[in-house]
Ligand binder design. Structure first.
Ligand code: SF4
Length: 321
């Protein structure tokens, strides 16, 4: 039986007739929230690797202190995966830090380097809404016209208190304006949301999902708030010991989100993929298979499929624009 939601793997098979694998690339960027332009500490959950734990890995000899060329990163990751999957297409996923935080000349040089590699069929670019001016959107539009491309934006929540706690240093309004510009330029956007933020209720989380669903982005990623070593979040967690969602509640909340997400949206992720060694809590996220199975079973038990409960209330949008 197929999945009860519009999963990325199924989308790829339907659109491209094969499996597509994302190769996490470190483009050597930094972030205005880390380099002192906006702040130095970064988002509260941001790790040393700029929230891209697997980006830039080049096989067993990987040295985190060395900068590898895009060519080396792609070649090495493709080699590692070659035996695992045959007839696969690849997407270069510029994952860590802010992958539009440079001039358009530098950006096109890096993107071109990735696309020049045999087997790379598209780009996924993670960035911030305040690092996409009109010139960069125009550049991305050109790449989109050449093939597969999407942009990933970490909204995380629509609630101002939570955004302040997360220290993202951008606002919902900035997100909204950028999202709309990307959408009118025909650039697909994947929006990230975090479940289990301290001081957020189930209702708060569902309001964020409702807002995102009403935008009808290309995709959504749902993540549990996880506490990683050597982050500001670790400090805050150790000081306050706020409660984290247990596995059962997480499964229920994801099920609730799937139930109201518009059927057109591709769900890229429903559980995190953090590096195991860095996770301090909750420990259940390390067992990705059991989280995924739990969600599948819950969807069946509750007879829920994506968009099966359409929400009537899109009033939130009117308050934002
Ligand atoms: S925007 Fe991304 S790279 Fe920048 S501080 Fe936040 S998580 Fe880190």
């Amino acid at each position: 039986m197929g999945k009860r939601y519009n999963a990325l793997s199924d989308y790829f098979k339907k659109e491209y007739g094969k499996k597509m694998v994302k190769l996490a690339i470190d483009g050597g960027f930094t972030c205005p929230n880390r380099d002192g332009t906006l702040a130095k500490s970064g988002c509260i959950f941001c790790s040393e690797k700029g929230s891209g734990e697997f980006a830039g890995v080049v096989g067993s000899g990987y040295d985190p202190n060395q900068a590898y060329s895009i060519h080396d990163q792609i070649e090495s990751q493709k080699k590692l995966l070659a035996d695992k999957w045959k007839s696969t297409g690849y997407i270069a996923y510029f994952q860590n830090f802010t992958n539009t935080y440079a001039s358009v000349d530098i950006l096109s040089k890096l993107y071109d380097e990735a696309l020049a590699f045999d087997g790379i069929e598209g780009l996924a670019i993670a960035t911030r809404p305040d690092c996409l001016d009109d010139e960069k959107i125009e550049l991305l539009k050109e790449y989109k016209q050449r093939g597969i491309l999407w942009v990933e934006l970490g909204l995380q929540t629509i609630h101002e208190n939570s955004m302040n706690w997360l220290q993202t240093h951008y606002t919902l309004d900035q997100f909204h304006q950028t999202f709309m510009k990307l959408k009118s330029a025909g650039i697909p956007v994947v929006v990230h949301l975090i479940l289990g933020l301290p001081d957020e209720t189930h209702e708060d989380f569902m309001a964020s999902v409702e807002y995102v669903s009403s935008l009808k982005p290309f995709g959504v990623k749902l993540h549990m708030l996880n506490i990683l070593k050597d982050t500001a979040l670790q400090q805050d967690y150790e000081n306050r010991r706020f409660e984290l969602l247990d596995l059962e509640t997480y499964i229920d909340w994801v099920t609730d989100a799937i139930e109201i997400l518009d059927e057109s949206i591709v769900i890229h992720r429903i559980t995190g993929d953090g590096a195991h060694d860095s996770v301090i809590a909750p420990l259940w996220i390390k067992n990705k298979r059991s989280v995924l199975n739990g969600i599948e079973k819950n969807l069946v038990r509750r007879k829920v499929s994506q968009g099966s409960k359409k929400s009537q209330d899109h009033s939130l949008l009117q308050n934002i624009t």
